[in-house]
Design a protein around this ligand. Structure first.
Ligand code: ME8
Length: 642
């Protein structure tokens, strides 16, 4: 039986000097989807590429004093380099300046012309060069401004070929109505339907005022409109027009993933081209939102770009991939900030995922010399963990089919959260103290490593390097990339596997190095690392310390100090304010009501202008995780700790 196939594309990118993190968004999501569908056992083709023709490119090349071809060659090399750094594993990189694309576009023009859907006339109207878009006057903003990019449009007048879009208007509307999955998300479908219902005008598809493009096959004075040229890439990449078997195998595409600003081209012009070519329409065109930076679309022309190379050097590939897919609800706009990226990395990757692995392997080393033991009888709490693992795999299949990328990641992180909780609830360190609990300890440790085998398989499509690194530390011999979703079935881990505990997979990243130095000082004052104690003290020295239980009444962030929280605490008969460097580890709301231990007789100090009367006790592990020393509600605030 032949495998089910999945064909996914990104748009082909305009050569631009400055690739920014917004560009990486579409490709990262497409790459993860491609990897995911391979993981579910499908045969996958993932196409991306570069859109190299048009007046805009010709103008820029001229300004730079190079030929358009030399200009695009140099830029396309930088695209490929970035995609490689981001682990974008495409199957086809389509360049519109390639010979096969030249042939393919001319064949598209010829077929549509022969069908009678292209005619010659005179074009007089408005054109936006940066967007390579024609506009009817009624759609322009005041002062003849492009409604898409806000820049002035130019009046052009020339003899042109026209494509009869209007002829297909009703057929297109009918298709959209019958196939609700064709345009996604729904909000964009409604937008497109309204646009079409306003009436489609025939499209001018050739130009004579510049020559950087593919000539019209029947009239070499004209070059073909760059969007007609660019959209054809999706079929050139799978063998159109010569390789019929390949075309039949891969067409229609399953998903065209595009940014919302180019939906019109993909859901009006492209489907009508396909109708005229008598080819089926793609199953889904998904219009994602924009990555905003200071609430404005990140784009090179607006100068608010964030260089992905700098971010990769500083923070790493997987944190960027994870952030783009986790932080932004797919389909909506989302804000990008370096701080949010670092915070997400620290909380989800370093704390939740990294710590889980580190803690588990450290315990396995301590209790079983790092070798996975044979599990024995399973208890209810174990079955609960197994059931969630199975449910997560199932749920993910449904979510990824709906392109619900961020929900998929949330779902995996629920399993990670459950595994962390499983450690706290089963308390392996307590089992290890009781020789009669040796079997129970073996079962718990097996389950803990097994759930992480499953987690590594589930995350690998999104953050491939992390999946691989977890895998290596788990010591599993099989190639992680040879395994499929069916291998997430519980019990795949072989007892006897020798794990290799290594460095934490995600060391915590400091938001601001300068602030860190200051904060380190605060921390040094606060918590003496017990394992580094060299100076022995007398009991009378210890007696000088007044340690008390305090209940946290309120907790707030301090503006401009992202590591500090301002706490009001009560010790029963009095209240005081304490400033603590724990903002990276706790959300203010999770602290309120907690009983912590404070040094009550510390000399007051001012931190960031805020009075601090005392300090909280906390433990810090070698990878930077911090936990407050807490006591239960049975101990009243004000109680002495000694
Ligand atoms: O549109 N946030 O190319 P392109 C999210 N050549 N996505 C963004 C973004 C941001 N800030 N900035 C860019 C083109 N993108 C055409 C496509 S296809 C036949 C021709 C996305 O280089 C944008 O939405 O301007 C688009 O999906 C992709 O980057 C390429 O944009």
């Amino acid at each position: 039986m032949s495998k089910e196939r999945f064909y996914i594309t990104t748009p082909i990118y305009y050569p631009s000097d400055k690739l920014h993190i917004g560009h990486a968004y579409t490709t990262t999501v497409a790459d993860s989807l491609a990897r995911w569908h391979k993981f579910t056992g499908k045969e996958v083709l993932f196409l991306t590429g570069s859109d190299e023709h048009g007046q805009k490119i010709q103008r820029i090349a001229k300004e730079k004093g190079v030929s358009p071809q030399a200009y695009v060659d140099q830029i396309v090399a930088t695209f490929k380099e970035l995609w490689k750094r981001l682990d974008i594993d495409y199957d086809v990189f389509l360049r519109t300046t390639s010979a096969e694309h030249h042939k393919s576009v001319q064949e598209v023009f010829r077929r549509i012309y022969e069908k009678g859907d292209i005619y010659k006339s005179k074009y007089q109207g408005w054109y936006c060069i940066p967007c390579e878009t024609y506009w009817v006057e009624s759609r322009l903003e005041e002062d003849k401004i492009c409604p898409d990019c806000g820049r002035p449009v130019e009046l052009v007048e020339e003899e042109s070929y026209f494509f009869k879009l209007s002829k297909y208007q009703d057929r297109l509307l009918e298709h959209i109505e019958k196939h609700p999955e064709f345009i996604q998300p729904e909000s964009r479908r409604n937008e497109m339907v309204n646009f079409i219902k306003e009436g489609l005008e025939d499209l001018c598809i050739s130009r004579t005022t510049f020559d950087w493009g593919i000539p019209v096959p029947i009239d070499e004075k004209h070059v073909i409109y760059v969007w007609l040229d660019a959209l054809t890439n999706y079929i050139t990449g799978i063998g159109f027009p010569d390789n019929q078997p390949l075309m039949e195998k891969w067409w229609p595409a399953d998903v065209h993933l595009v940014g919302k600003e180019i939906m019109r081209f993909h859901t009006i012009i492209w489907p009508i081209m396909l109708m005229a070519l008598e080819l089926p329409l793609p199953k889904t065109v998904f219009g994602h939102g924009w990555l905003l930076f200071d609430d404005d679309k990140m784009s090179k022309s607006k100068g608010n770009v964030v260089d992905p190379h700098v971010l990769i050097d500083e923070i790493g590939v997987d944190p960027i991939r994870y952030f783009l897919m986790r932080e932004i609800s797919f389909g909506q706009d989302g804000n990008f900030s370096r701080r949010a990226l670092i915070e997400r990395t620290n909380s989800d990757l370093a704390n939740d995922l990294g710590n889980l692995l580190n803690r588990s392997l450290a315990m396995l080393e301590r209790y079983f010399d790092g070798v996975v033991p044979e599990p024995k009888e399973q208890e209810a709490i174990d079955v609960e963990l197994q059931e969630l693992a199975a449910k997560t795999s199932e749920k993910l299949e449904a979510l990824m089919d709906k392109l619900a990328i961020n929900e998929s990641l949330i779902s995996i992180w629920q399993l990670i959260g459950k595994a962390n909780k499983y450690i706290d609830e089963t308390a392996p360190w307590a089992l290890a103290k009781d020789p009669e609990k040796k079997d129970r300890l073996a079962t718990v440790m097996y389950n803990l490593i097994e759930v992480q085998r499953i987690i590594a398989l589930l995350v690998k499509s999104f953050i491939p390097r992390t999946g691989q690194r977890i895998w290596e530390q788990l010591g599993i011999a099989e190639d992680i990339n040879s395994l499929l979703i069916t291998d997430t079935k519980w019990g795949g881990l072989k007892p006897g596997t020798e794990t290799n505990k290594g460095e934490p997979i995600f060391p915590r990243i400091e938001v601001d190095k300068v602030e860190v130095v200051k904060e380190e000082k605060v921390k040094e004052e606060k918590v003496e690392k017990t394992d580094n104690v060299v100076n022995l003290i007398d009991i009378s020295d210890f007696a000088k310390l007044q340690l008390k239980v305090a209940k946290i009444v309120t907790a707030d962030r301090i503006k401009g100090a992202d590591r500090l929280l301002k706490l009001q605490v009560t010790t029963g008969d009095s209240e005081r304010q304490i400033v603590a460097g724990i903002a990276q580890h706790y959300q203010p709301e999770e602290l309120v009501g907690r009983n912590v231990v404070i040094v009550a007789n510390l000399k007051p100090a001012k931190l960031r202008g805020e009075l601090s009367e005392g300090m909280l006790l906390a433990a810090t592990s070698s990878d930077g995780t911090l936990e407050l020393v807490s006591v239960s509600d049975r101990i009243a605030p004000g109680s002495i700790v000694k």
